[in-house]
Ligand binder design. Structure first.
Ligand code: ZN
Ligand code: ZN
Ligand code: FE
Length: 759
């Protein structure tokens, strides 16, 4: 099993059934001996599964009979530290219902206490400084438990038995507003902060994994001011809502979405917004979805006693830097943004951003796997060598293979500045120490300019990088980006290759030096063959073509229409500056700063720009996100696609698609319908290519990986179409399909290659 809080649960269950025996942690897992009346033992076995705490995940349960020894008492036996295969490092857990009840009970000694927690909930990963996981090695070590707390902590029958962050108003951390601590009433600063939020102020709130910037989500003025101060133009802000009823008032929420919202991980869930919900449009401009989360600490819950029922809760950071997590750091960095600071004196040792998820085809899909999920491991089919995979550049995470498990790190952000790189290196070192683990192999992306790649290569040249300085003899394995996406899906789904794969994203370094992104592969863990890809088009101006999707539209128009393309671009996209169009056309024609790309993400960009949906990319994937939202529901015809199979790799020509979009635009077809037709076209294209590959190889499983598959419209279509063609789609469930899941793929590939070498 994984997680904590299991032994006290077993103890209490056994006692309630009047069973004798013991429970103990061993290297094999948890062993329980229970003795008593047979029906009670039966009952015990049943309840063990049914009533286990939500965060104690039982992976397997086996029972066998042993001779009775006449035991009457039940005991928790201490575990021998040497016996444990590796330390259990639990994830942070949202406040449980029992703690919530205490916080709102005026007769309870924890009434209004913002740091209430127990064995079933509270901070974990973010407060652990070292191992073993006990209070001494957390940031709670500076708080000495009062006699009442100590009694709870020592009593195996208590819900707070060995709850390391246990605290109360008498002995625990305190919250303060602008340096003024709470007096007799522990929630007084949160109440004051709540009232300030109601008045339209912006407040930096120290939470579980770092600081948020909060303001009233219903106030256009407050949200606009937050955007201005933060320098963030259009990227949607996440919201925290008072409770489920409030969430339901703002968004449409189905059963799975409700479960996800209320889960102990409490991610931000992307939900379809209701119209007239009172949320300022500035929260998520042009967006039909809102990212909602429920309060996950008592501090957040208390804030809502006085605050407006919906708050913007966006990461407290500057631009792309990591989230602020110390009081001093926040004061230094956020003073130009926040009017007030709601802080506390429980240190956050390792910052951890909120997770983001959505429900696709009735199943949760992680967009960002971070708080609540990390460092929970993903099971591998067998033991692997110790591999560190350093991930990609955008939405970076890294991955460590420890025995038969993969530990994926928290969200690092975009590795393109020195602060994030520092956070990345510090996190590698910290997690390695926590798991008493050092890598023997380092896997990295082939892109020479990724900072993660540079980190890996520098480590091999034995430059004194903190995290790997002790290991200058690490084996280095470069992994192609889209191969890693495919392998990530395989590892996530617990499938060994070979499989067919559609690895579709914005960009990844190809083995020919081009920017790949529309890749169809036959993949196993040890290798891949590129069977087909979208035909290359130039990206006029490189990064400028990502920022200005009109440039990609122009490149596609020129490819489809030749010299006519530039004129058409100006006719169809009034937002395009003629001088920019001319310059871009020239760059593309002469190959000046115009890398060739087979990117599916860039094709979405081009169509999004053609439809006038998105003119400027202010966050990754924006044109595709807006195109998905523009698409009308219903069954639509796909546009024609040609696949040239005369030579390997097969070429998928996007020109007929572009011409069909242009024809529709000229015929005055509704943009929502064109957007829908385009999605159906991409789905049909993927199915078509996969069917051809299946015929060629005899394989039928298709791994769907890469950022394009965050698109629920497309993915739901494929989950329908592929099985009808005898193909079995494999999709992510534990790791994100975007580059946040890349490191998992890199890790399992490097492990397989290393094992092959050693065999
Ligand atoms: Zn609790
Ligand atoms: Zn206490
Ligand atoms: Fe990618």
């Amino acid at each position: 099993m994984q997680g904590v809080g299991f032994r006290p649960f077993v103890y209490q269950l056994a006692r309630s059934l009047k069973l004798g025996g013991w429970v103990r942690n061993t290297s094999e897992g948890v062993i329980i001996e229970a003795e008593g009346e047979p029906e009670r033992v039966e009952e015990f076995l049943r309840l063990l599964r049914e009533k286990a705490p939500p965060v104690a995940e039982i992976t397997a349960l086996a029972a066998q009979d042993v001779a009775p020894t006449g035991e009457r008492d039940f005991a928790i036996l201490s575990s021998n530290a040497d016996e444990l295969p590796e330390p259990v490092i639990p994830a942070d857990i949202a406040t449980c219902v029992d703690c919530e009840r205490e916080v709102s009970d005026s007769a309870d000694r924890r009434f209004h206490y913002p740091f209430t927690n127990c064995t079933n909930c509270g901070p974990r990963f973010t407060i652990i400084r070292g191992i073993p996981y006990d209070r001494l090695h957390t940031t709670m070590s500076v708080f000495r438990m009062c006699p009442d707390c100590q009694r709870e902590y020592d009593d195996p029958a208590n819900r707070r038995f060995h709850a390391q962050p246990n605290a109360c108003p008498r002995c625990g951390p305190r919250v303060e507003l602008d340096g003024r601590p709470a007096g007799r009433e522990p929630a007084e600063p949160t109440a004051r902060a709540g009232r300030l939020l109601r008045e339209g102020r912006i407040i930096a709130v120290k939470g579980l994994g770092g600081f948020h910037l909060a303001c009233d989500a219903r106030s256009a003025a407050a949200v606009r001011e937050l955007r201005r101060r933060k320098g963030r133009s259009e990227k949607p802000f996440a919201l925290m809502v008072r409770d489920l009823a409030e969430a339901q008032r703002i968004c449409f929420i189905n059963d799975q979405e409700r479960k996800l919202l209320e889960s102990p991980q409490r991610p931000i869930v992307l939900l379809r917004a209701r119209s007239g919900n009172g949320i300022a449009p500035e929260v998520a401009p042009e967006n039909l979805y809102l990212g909602l989360m429920l309060p996950y600490t008592p501090l957040h819950r208390l804030l809502f006693d006085a605050a407006p029922p919906v708050l913007v809760m966006t990461s407290g950071n500057l631009a792309e830097e990591p989230i602020c997590h110390t009081n001093e750091g926040a004061a230094a960095k956020l003073s130009g943004i926040a009017d007030h600071f709601l802080t506390h004196n429980r240190d956050i040792h390792l910052p951890c951003d909120d997770s983001v998820a959505r429900v696709v085809a009735g199943r949760p899909m992680l967009i960002r796997r971070s708080r609540g999920y990390v460092p929970r491991s993903i099971a591998l089919p067998g033991a692997a060598p110790p591999v560190l995979a350093v991930g990609g550049e955008e939405r970076n995470t890294f991955c460590m293979l420890i025995g038969d498990r993969a530990v994926l790190s928290q969200h690092m952000g975009d590795l393109d500045n020195v602060e994030t790189l520092d956070y990345f290196e510090r996190s590698i070192e910290h997690l390695g120490n926590l798991f008493r683990w050092r890598p023997r192999v380092i896997a990295y992306d082939l892109h020479p300019e990724y900072l993660s790649t540079k980190h890996a290569l520098a480590a091999s040249r034995s430059q004194p990088l903190r995290s790997t300085s002790a290991r200058t003899d690490c084996e280095l394995i470069g992994v192609q980006h889209h191969h890693a996406h495919a392998a990530s899906v395989m590892a996530d789904a617990g499938v060994e290759g070979p499989v067919l794969a559609a690895s579709l994203d914005g960009a990844g370094y190809g083995v020919d030096g081009a920017m790949w992104g529309g890749e169809f592969l036959v993949a196993s863990f040890t290798g891949f063959e590129r069977m087909a890809h979208l035909a290359y088009v130039p990206m006029p101006g490189g990064a400028a073509a990502v920022r200005r999707p009109g440039r990609m539209a122009l490149a596609h128009l020129v490819r489809a229409y030749g010299d006519e393309g530039e004129r058409l671009a100006l006719e169809l996209m009034p937002h395009l500056d003629p001088r920019e169009a001319k310059a871009a056309a020239l760059q593309a024609a002469r190959g000046l700063n115009s890398p060739m790309t087979s990117s599916m993400g860039r094709l979405f960009d081009a169509v999004s720009a053609l439809l006038g949906t998105c003119e400027e990319t202010t966050y990754t994937g924006q044109p595709a996100v807006e195109l998905e939202m523009a698409a009308a529901e219903g069954g639509f015809q796909a546009y024609p696609v040609t696949i040239d199979t005369s030579a390997r790799p097969w070429q998928i020509d996007p020109a007929p698609v572009i011409r069909a979009v242009v024809d529709d635009l000229r015929a005055g077809v509704e943009r929502a319908e064109i957007a829908a037709r385009f999605h159906h076209t991409v789905a049909a294209l993927i199915a078509e290519v996969c069917e051809l590959m299946a015929r060629e190889t005899g394989l039928s499983r298709v791994a769907l990986g890469g950022g394009v598959f965050q698109n629920a419209y497309l993915l739901e279509l494929l989950l329908e179409i592929l099985p009808r063609r005898g193909l079995a789609p494999l999709i992510h469930s534990q790791a994100p399909p975007n580059d946040g899941g890349l490191a998992l793929g890199q890790a399992v590939i490097a492990a397989a290659i290393e094992e092959q070498r050693c065999a």
